[in-house]
Design a protein around this ligand. Sequence first.
Ligand code: DGL
Length: 264
Amino acid sequence: MDETAPILLFDSGVGGLTVLAELRKLLPQAPVIYAADMAGLPYGAKSEAEIAARVAGLLGRMAERFEPRLICIACNTASTIALGMVREVLETPIVGTVPAIKPAAAITETGVFGLLGTEATMRQKYVEDLEHEFAVGKRLLRHGANGLVPLAEAKLRGEKVRIDDVAEATKGLVLQAHGGEIDTIVLACTHFPLLEGELRKAFGRDMRFVHGAEGIARRIAALTEGQAFERGVPDRAITTGELADFEKLEGAFARYGIDRLEKL
Ligand code: DGL
């Protein structure tokens, strides 16, 4: 194994940075390429076929070009739709991101917990299967909150996020029957933990948020255990969109240790 072979983190936008933050804690030496499909953002409003085609096509190209030792699909929408398919065609080990329903079901005290993700993620059978396996006897309320994705992107560009907009995007979760009993919410979109403070204010009451970033980082560390890491070149972030737009995120990427932004 080439010591400089990177770990490739893939998301539609900046959501995967929530995974990168946890990964840095466990593997500070690991060379990373962060890939954002900005030309395809947002995934949450796209069809399954469109998402699967983009994710499979892009990961194929990037696997060939960057020869990563491991790929992490740091996006719930892409993972719940395309993980199996991509694993079948690529030889690179792939770690996906799936809604943290299991840990949330284990800690809810009221027995009623919420699931916030993109609309595309909410429709997936994958989510239903997790609910049947891990939330027996509990009530899981879902809400597709596509509106949070541009807010998280804006926040990382340094723009102000209004709590009213966060509340508007999420109110459908608590306004449904039994919504008032929710004590725990699964943030099943990697963008959403970027807004944890704003979400806390928007709900206006005590709420526990659960997401998968830490578990995903642990999985990546386990799969690369014993491998040597060396940064041959500085870590970089790659966009499928316009570089000028991507550069508005320069400050945010710098906070995650990435100073080079490039176009795919
Ligand atoms: N970050 C992605 C996820 O985890 C979705 C954002 C989007 O809609 O593109 O689901």
